[in-house]
Design a protein around this ligand. Structure first.
Ligand SMILES: [Zn+2]
Length: 616
């Protein structure tokens, strides 16, 4: 059989557009209220839900019902995209996590952003911007535990069962923005806000006050014991005008127990105060033991305070109660920022010493390719921290986002990975004449080789080793196999063959990518750990590669207990004890794309400033 070479298409760069976007030091206009030019509002928001294949029909029906609770409450003309997965999350006979959900991204300083330098969950940001800022990407990911004892009816569930619809309405609230970044570090007993060491607060955090009315993020230092004490004080409130209006003139009490409860504290209403009443739904533990399906007046007030336009016909939300962060502090030396493409660079200001923070803001139809500092590639973390000890140039490159007709989010979970790899000329479509990717087709070993070679930047090298079974593959594929053999990434079957046109298995995908990262010098092999994917036997030869992959890139796609971190990345669960089902199954093109992008993103998509400088 002949292997299709990757198809080609016209270069996307018709012009090299340089936009002088920011000369750092220019002052920002104040933007503390929603612009009068905010887009007109539709009567109810449209949800677009993509269900993973494993989600049973009755779950889909119940989730659709939960969406119908939110739709009339959110007055927005931008659809909200939700993905729903159904995974084994642990036995629920004593206690378990029933479900989890979150925004896939949090963004700041977009068009019409009511507050500067404040992170908004992407669904809310899209609503405020009046357009999708993230293209076809999903806004909210929700996962439900298939091992829970779910009740799908509309009444009060029998003892021991959990109302799915109420749980789903609750989880959607988290994904829509009922979520604090304020967090308690149990290792150091410090309190913090922001994601991954970046001190940008979220919109929810802006309204969090203590019993004395002090705004936590304004009064208490980030990463401090003082803030930690506040977060576990049992007297923390959400204070905004709409919340007060919904709560008899008072701020609403948040769940802030001592000790801190991971995943529950701050991001719920207080259990003792509200359980059993009309605001039950957003208390932390009830989650579906009643037949209350409405978020309740306090949660609706909180949503309006955060900027959600509220129910059609209600007054526009009030938006200016809390103090604003100061304007970005300009660095001591001039930074000339330019972009290639139409996306933008946002200056976040000083983050300490000579360090200044910058964020990309790609247009919805673009992919952010990466940063260049004085012409040198510096990875593609969405936000980078830059040491400004001399004049320098900062460039952000964007390119067109290509969405294949058969790789939209309703057809594959790898849409983003495919778009990102395609934009980097690592993968291409499967058909030169049609806009198709063929996500479910198997990946052949020769194809895998060429994709890894491109991703590692090894194209054009001259191999000194190779195999005997070319099987008619084209020059690039054959050369790629030789390059991987020369570099020691692949060793073939020992009989002089590589299995050039054989399909690759899921575990082999993980192994080959891992070995390439090690051979490139970016990763080091990690010792085996029997708690990770214990169903993959030693005899498979994949164990060390799997453990190394999880160590650096997070849980392998398709494994149980995977979860999504606050930064949108897949992270390994506690102990990573779930099995890697399908490890020895034939891998699809979508699976390969997902795994390769997960690895590239985990390395190049992370700001490495804390590790001694940017590593391109
Ligand atoms: Zn919750």
């Amino acid at each position: 059989m002949a292997v299709q070479p990757a198809s080609s298409r016209p270069a996307r760069w018709v012009a090299y557009i340089v936009v002088l976007l920011i000369v750092i030091g220019a002052s920002w206009p104040a933007a503390s209220t929603i612009s009068a030019a905010a887009p007109p509002r539709a009567t109810a928001v449209a949800f677009e839900v993509a269900y993973a294949a494993a989600v049973p029909q009755e779950v889909r029906a119940a989730f659709d019902d939960s969406v119908n609770v939110w739709a009339p409450l959110l007055n927005s003309n931008v659809p909200i995209k939700v993905s729903v997965t159904w995974t084994e999350g642990g036995d629920c006979s004593s206690s378990c996590t029933l479900a989890s959900a979150g925004a896939t991204n949090n963004v700041q300083n977009f068009t019409n952003a009511p507050r500067r330098n404040v992170l908004y969950p992407i669904a809310l940001a899209n609503s405020l911007a009046g357009q999708r800022l993230n293209g076809n990407r999903v806004d909210i990911e929700a996962n439900f535990n298939s091992q829970a004892n779910w009740f799908y009816g509309t009444g009060t569930p029998p003892q021991g069962q959990t109302n799915f619809k109420a749980t789903a309405v609750h989880e959607l609230a988290h994904g829509l923005g009922f979520s604090a970044t304020l967090d308690y570090d149990q290792g150091g007993d410090t309190g913090s806000w922001g994601f991954s060491g970046n001190a940008t607060p979220g919109i929810f955090d802006q309204f969090v006050v203590n019993g004395s009315g002090q705004q936590l993020i304004a009064v208490f230092p980030n990463n401090s014991a003082e803030l930690a004490a506040q977060l576990t004080s049992g007297n923390i409130l959400f204070d905004g005008p709409n919340t007060r209006a919904a709560n008899g003139g008072n701020p609403a009490k948040l769940f802030a127990p001592n000790p801190w409860q991971v995943g529950s504290s701050l991001s719920h209403l207080d259990q003792t105060t509200y359980l059993g009443g009309p605001n039950t739904l957003m208390t932390p533990k009830d989650e579906g033991t009643t037949s209350i399906f409405e978020p309740g007046p306090i949660t609706e007030g909180i949503f309006k305070d955060m900027g959600w336009p509220g129910t059609p016909g209600t007054p526009a939300p009030s938006t200016t109660p809390a103090p604003q962060p100061s304007n970005p502090t300009p660095p001591p030396f001039k930074v000339t920022a330019t972009t290639k493409g139409t996306g933008a660079i946002i200056e976040n200001g000083a983050v300490g010493g000579n360090s200044y923070s910058y964020t990309t803001n790609p247009a919805a139809n673009e992919v952010f390719l990466g940063w260049y500092i004085d012409g040198q590639p510096k990875g593609y973390a969405p936000t980078i921290t830059l040491t400004v000890d001399k004049e320098l140039t900062l460039e952000a490159d964007f390119t067109d986002r290509r969405v294949f007709d058969d790789a939209t989010p309703d057809k594959t979970g790898a849409t983003e990975a495919i778009a990102q790899l395609e934009a980097r000329d690592i993968i291409k479509g499967c058909d030169a004449d049609a806009n198709r990717f063929c996500p479910t087709d198997p990946t052949l070993r020769a194809q895998m080789a060429v994709l890894i070679v491109r991703a590692m930047g090894w194209s054009g090298e001259t191999p000194t080793k190779g195999f005997g079974d070319r099987n008619g593959v084209d020059d690039e594929l054959w050369q790629a196999i030789g390059i991987l053999a020369t570099r020691g990434v692949v060793t073939g079957y020992g009989d002089g063959t590589f299995g050039t046109t054989s399909p690759v298995l899921n575990a082999q995908v993980i192994s080959f990518i891992t070995r390439a990262m090690v051979k490139k010098g970016l990763w080091q092999f990690q010792p085996d750990n029997g708690t990770i994917y214990p169903n993959v036997p030693q005899s498979s030869g994949h164990r060390q590669d799997l453990v190394t992959y999880v160590h650096y890139a997070g849980a392998v796609r398709g494994t149980a207990n995977t979860t999504t971190g606050s930064d949108g990345k897949i992270v390994p669960p506690d102990g990573t004890t779930g099995p890697f089902n399908g490890w020895d199954a034939t891998s699809s093109r979508a699976y390969f794309a997902f795994a390769l992008w997960q690895v590239l993103q985990s390395y190049y998509g992370t700001d490495k400033v804390g590790l001694g400088g940017y590593i391109p």
